[in-house]
Each structure stands twice: as C-alpha cells, then as structure tokens.
Design a protein around this ligand. Structure first.
Ligand code: NDP
Length: 386
C-alpha cells in the first residue's frame, strides 16, 4: 500500500467555502486539437468546488483510503523541519501544484527512499529536479493541457489591464475619486499594437488566437515553427529567437517552460532591446525574467508595465520587490487554478494515480520523466543539465 503525500495551498482565511458564486461549470470534454480532458474511472468531488486547498484534498481521500492507501495532506513545505520534509522520507508518491510547489530538490529526492512518482497537479514540473528524478528512476507526470486555456485567458486579461491602465483606475474608484486624467494619462488602446509570444505551445497559441480579433500584429518565436496554415490564418510573423522578436513588439508575453535555455532570458540586456514603454506579461515561470532587471526597467520607464502570476520562490516573501515596483499588475500564482481548472487537474491526478496503481501506461502527454529519461511531453518540451 502506498503513502501519498499531497502538498496543497492553505484554505481561505475565512475557512473552507460552504457556498460558491456559481452552481455549475461548463462541460468541456476536449481541448483544442482534440486531446480529451481527464478520463479517470470515477471522481469523488463536485466540479466547481475548491479542490486545490488543504481541505479540498484534490478530492482524493475517499478514493485512496478505499484502496488501502494513506493520504497525508499539508501546506507546510518550506521551513526547516516542515511536515513535507518529515513525511517525505517514506512517501511513495508526492503530489503538488505549481501554485504552491513542493520543491523536490536533489537533496530531498536523495532522502526520499521510497519515492516512485511525483505528480504535478497542473502544468510545469520545474519544481522537481528532473536530473535527480532521472537518476533515481522516479516518474514525473503532469496534467498536460488542464489549465492552458485558463492561463491564456489570464494573459489576455493582464494585457488589457496594463495597456488600458485598469488597476490604477479601479483604485481611484475604491478611494472615492473621479480622477479621469490620472487614470487616462497612462491608458492606450491595444488595437494596432504588435504583440509577440515567446513560445507558441498550448498557452502561447491560445493567447495568439484570443488576441487576433483585437486587430493587433501578432508575432511569435518558438523552437518549432507552427504549421503554415496557422501562421496564415492568424497572420503571424515568426522570429528565430526572442532577441530577434522583442524589438518589434509593444507587448511581449512569455509562454515557454523554465529550463536551462530560458532561465534568466529577460535580463537587462534583452529588455534594453525592447521598445521603450513595452509591456511584459509573464505567466510562465518567474525565473525566465531577472527579478531586479524587471524592477529597474519599470522604474526607468523602459517597460511601461509588467504583469504575471509567477514568482520565485512561492509563496513570495513580503518584501519581494515585485510587490512594490511601479506599474505592475501581479497576482499570486492563480491563473491556472481557477475552479474550472481545478476540476480538470484533480480528475487528471486521479487518472494518473489509477494508472500507476493498476500498472497501466500513463498517457504520453502526461509524462515528463519515466524509466530514467525525459519521456512523453517532457522529452519534447524540457531539456536537462546533463
Ligand atoms: P507547451 O509545452 O504546450 O508549450 C511550450 C512551448 O515552449 C513549446 O512550443 C516549446 O517548443 C516552447 N519552447 C521551449 N523552449 C523554448 C525556447 N527556448 N524558446 C522558445 N520556445 C520554447 O506548454 P504550455 O503552453 O501548456 O505551458 C507553457 C508553460 O507555461 C509551462 O511550461 C509552465 O511553466 C507555464 N504554465 C503556467 C501556469 C500558471 O498557472 N501560471 C499554468 C500552466 C503552465 P517546442 O515544443 O516547439 O519545442
């Protein structure tokens, strides 16, 4: 019987919700391109309920306990001697979400003698040291596509929020003001701007599709070029690198995974080549941007705005400069954890667990590392140090 260690974010400050704003979720059974949404044999939760917090337990407890497994759920993951560290030593399976990542470093993996499976309930497994997982034969799996559209919607929201100066204008309302000039002196139309994405995978392409009706020029860079038909349909301009693309863009959105090729990509040097007053939206991973270079660029006016939901570390400390830098539109890491997304990745986590216990193969699109090597979608999207 397995011990499953699940690291989830804390419940709301007022306690686990008793009611919800809406009664149901739209039924979605396919993603763009045809991949099916998760297909577990069953679920024991109500779609639309809060599943990603400690009391939500990703809806897994009754399923796991009915099979004789042990489920330990905690939010305590970072401090010295955390519950996560204590329970990890004999855990068979670790589950966490990128929003509240259980950092599976090489040191932790070395101590986790029984660990066989690390599941990301979401997308993005860079909180797991993939080299160490490969060396130890640990399978790493994530619920590919579960929240790609959720993130793309967040990118569109943040793009419009920055360009139109929404957040400062909203604040004038809260403060009792009617300061139109203060609101509009940084407000523009998106129409006619040039928008570029670093990576046009599931999220990047969904962002391009959603922004096309705004009558903007669309640009992208990616390791692999999109089909010509898609380029033509959306009027895309392809660039061979981020460095080649960003000087042409008024808005840049980052939608690439964090790996050695992308870490620190948006530093002083690259940002200096962007148009003065460009906007940068990063919902991919914080470390793709240099923390202090972003702060400097906002203060100097080189960037007119920065928004996103990814930080390092997570949770971000109270004195993280991105909380107080000017002209930002940051949220905590929430874009991929809407109630809609939670229902999908909780079901996907259950599907991965069912396959693991039954010894049946995982979907290729869920695998990042398997049998001592990058595998499935991981072999396509990630690279390792060695
Ligand atoms: P995909 O795997 O569908 O797309 C990633 C794309 O990035 C691929 O097209 C890949 O290229 C491309 N890529 C990889 N390296 C580079 C590079 N050096 N330069 C340019 N392009 C590159 O992933 P998703 O779109 O679903 O997700 C993207 C990332 O977004 C995730 O890795 C994750 O970090 C983040 N994310 C954030 C969430 C949030 O809540 N904020 C939620 C979900 C994901 P190719 O395949 O052509 O080789």
């Amino acid at each position: 019987m397995a011990k499953v260690l699940c690291v989830l974010y804390d419940d709301p400050v007022d306690g686990y919700p008793k009611t919800y704003a809406r009664d149901d979720l739209p039924k979605i059974d396919h993603y763009p391109g045809g991949q099916t949404t998760p297909t577990p044999q069953g679920i024991d939760f109500t779609p639309g309920h809060l599943l990603g917090s400690v009391s939500g337990e990703l809806g897994l407890r009754s399923y796991l306990e009915s099979q004789g497994h042990t489920l330990v759920v905690t939010s305590d993951k970072d401090r010295e001697g955390s519950v996560f560290d204590q329970e990890l030593v004999d855990a068979d399976i670790v589950i966490s979400q990128p929003f509240w990542p259980a950092y599976l470093t090489a040191e932790r993996i070395a101590k986790a003698e029984n660990l066989k499976l690390a599941i990301t309930a979401g997308i993005g497994s860079d909180h797991v040291d993939l080299d160490a997982a490969i060396a130890k034969g640990i399978t790493v799996a994530e619920v590919t596509y579960c929240n790609s559209i959720s993130v793309a919607e967040h990118v569109v929201m943040m793009t419009l929020s920055l360009v139109r100066n929404y957040l400062p204008s909203y604040k004038w309302v809260l403060d009792g003001g009617w300061n139109i000039a203060d609101c509009v002196s940084r407000s523009y139309d998106l129409e006619g701007m040039q928008v570029g994405t670093v990576a046009a995978g599931r999220i990047g392409l969904a962002v391009l599709r959603r922004l096309a009706p705004f009558d903007v020029g669309l640009h992208y860079t990616d390791r692999h070029r999109l089909p010509e038909s898609v380029e033509q349909e959306l009027g895309l301009t392809w660039h061979e690198s981020a460095a080649a693309m960003v000087p042409h863009c008024d808005v840049v959105t980052i939608n690439a995974p964090l790996h050695p090729e992308t870490e620190g990509l948006f530093g002083d040097e690259l940002i200096a080549t962007m148009k003065r007053g460009a906007y940068l939206i990063n919902t991919a991973r914080a470390k793709i941007a240099d923390r202090d270079a972003i702060d400097r660029a906002l203060r100097s006016g080189q960037l007119a705005g920065y928004a996103g939901d990814v930080w390092y570390p997570q949770p971000a400390p109270a004195d993280h400069p991105w909380r107080t830098m000017p002209h930002h539109g940051m949220t905590p890491h929430i874009s991929g954890s809407s109630l809609s997304a939670q229902a999908r990745y909780a079901a996907g986590t259950r599907e991965i667990l069912e396959n693991f216990f039954a010894g049946t193969p995982q979907r290729d699109e869920y695998l990042i590392v398997d049998k001592g090597a990058l595998a499935g979608v991981g072999a396509h999207s990630y690279s390792v140090k060695s």
